[in-house]
Ligand binder design. Structure first.
Ligand SMILES: *Cc1c(COP(=O)(O)O)cnc(C)c1O
Ligand SMILES: [Zn+2]
Length: 469
């Protein structure tokens, strides 16, 4: 490997051990120019002033008038030291919350005190994507980019749009497919003034196009193939540890779409262990929606593994050919994970290896019931996020997750992102239920909180209140 030859403390490196090619952080790349594999941001930890204990980060709480100490991403700057301080872009991301939820825990089948929800809906644009966007913007600022683009099922575009609007550093260009984008997310991109390009096709088509446009025009790509974005997303795990008094949980459960989040979690833990800051790595569970289950199919059913970076990719090509032949498109209400060709597949395989991970798929019914339970617990989330809770429940049922394990489910996005699914679940209007949910195989709303209809008469209203409260 060429690593030893580099004199820079942070550089980009091909994740394939057999290649290992390295590139400066000043280059804009979304794949290895020599072998096509994904790239990591790699650090020469031996020569960096890496922290020897977590106290460094706790002390920053006392200096939070400094925007970098306030940011839940840049508080951990020493663990993503690719950007000089003056390039860092922050709009106050990462002020998120880890809480114990016994209500949701009971639903999942856990003993009291063990189920934790990491609520990333509290970010400026309402999803975890802001963690990565602040890192991508910092890199874009280092290299002087003036335009940035992404393909998006919604949240990446909302995040790109808000960072463009607040910082005025770049013009944002958003590629969306036709149809499935929830209004909560689309409204953000439009409101924040991003250029929105709707193409005739689905997310996977939009992703292929935006890569082509970015590589031919030099427009800066902020999808999760951008290795700098994943550096920002590592901090979700740092904040989980911080909230747990730096104790390592037993399980991290996360929905899987393009697999950037799960990949970044694996990298975060591998690096913390390398630095001697933790001595144990939690297990990782990545949860697909059954209607967009490429990872589940390949990892769980067909035995695809990282295999020391020599994954046999024939089954992947074979599977994608199958999808094409049957014209099978990703299809789930959990639109944020409605992706059939996850761009970070290889990195996720590595994360599953590092974290002794498992993959499960959950149905639309399981997702919506889990979402209602999360809502009833007071932390609203969008459907994709609830896949984590539905997946945890499945794994507890199987006995893979123990009832006394300490489990952290990542709630990736805010409840208000997608009100349609929520209203259709709780509605008394059977037509609405059928149209939005019934048509997708959801047969019942087990935890619906239905509105009570009464006449416009005082006595009727009082009677209804007495009856139901
Ligand atoms: C992007 C997104 C996901 C999927 O994350 P990946 O990193 O693409 O796997 C899940 N939930 C929400 C709310 C998202 O916005
Ligand atoms: Zn390579």
């Amino acid at each position: 490997m060429a690593v030893a030859a580099r004199t820079d403390l942070a550089f980009q490196q091909c994740i394939a051990p057999a290649c290992g090619a390295t590139f400066s952080v000043d280059e804009v790349l979304t794949s290895c120019p020599s072998c096509g594999n994904l790239l990591d941001v790699t650090y020469d930890w031996d020569r960096l002033p890496a922290p020897s204990s977590f106290e460094v980060f706790e002390r920053k709480w006392m200096r939070r008038s400094d925007p970098l100490a306030l940011s839940g991403v840049w508080r951990f700057h020493e663990l993503l030291p690719f950007a000089p301080r003056e390039s860092v872009v922050t709009i106050g991301e990462g002020q998120t919350l880890l809480s114990v939820s016994d209500g949701v825990g009971r639903y999942v089948g856990m003993n009291s005190g063990q189920l934790h929800l990491q609520y990333e809906g509290l970010n400026p644009s309402g999803s975890f994507k802001d963690n990565g966007m602040s890192a991508a913007f910092s890199h874009a600022r280092m290299i002087g980019a003036t335009r940035a683009a992404c393909a998006s099922t919604g949240n990446t575009s909302a995040s790109l749009a808000v960072y463009c609007a607040v910082t005025r550093l770049m013009r944002g260009i958003i590629f969306i497919g036709s149809g499935k984008i929830s209004y909560g997310k689309l409204s953000q991109a439009l409101d924040y003034g991003a250029l929105t390009i709707q193409i005739a096709g689905d997310f996977d088509d939009a992703m292929a196009r935006v890569k082509e446009v970015a590589s031919k025009t030099g427009i800066y790509l902020v999808n999760s193939v951008n290795p700098f974005r994943l550096e920002g997303q590592k901090t979700i795990m740092y904040r989980v540890l911080e909230s747990l008094g730096w104790e390592v949980p037993d399980w991290i459960v996360v929905p899987g779409g393009n697999l950037g989040n799960s990949s970044s979690f694996g990298k975060a833990f591998a690096e913390l262990r390398h630095l001697g800051l933790i001595d144990r790595i939690p297990r990782l569970a990545v949860i697909n929606a059954a209607g967009a289950n490429t990872l589940h199919e390949l990892f769980h059913n067909r035995g695809l593994r990282w295999n020391g970076g020599q994954a046999d990719l024939a089954p992947v090509c074979h599977y994608y050919d199958e999808l094409d032949r049957e014209n099978k498109r990703a299809d789930t209400l959990a639109s944020a994970i409605e992706i059939n060709r996850p761009v970070n597949l290889n990195k996720c395989l590595r994360a599953l290896e590092v974290c002794d991970g498992v993959v499960r798929e959950v149905t639309e019914q399981e997702i919506l019931d889990a979402k209602a339970q999360v809502g009833a617990g007071g932390l609203g989330c969008e459907p994709a996020s609830a896949a984590s809770v539905a997946g945890a429940r499945k794994l507890v049922n199987e006995g893979v997750i123990g009832r006394d394990d300490r489990v952290v489910c990542i709630l990736t996005g805010h409840q208000l992102k997608d009100p349609n699914a929520t209203v259709a679940y709780h509605t008394t209007d059977q037509n609405l239920f059928n149209e939005v949910l019934g048509s997708r195989g959801v047969s019942r709303a087990s935890f619906a909180n239905r509105a009570v209809t009464v006449g416009n008469r005082f006595d009727d209203i009082i009677q209804a209140i007495d009856l139901y409260s």
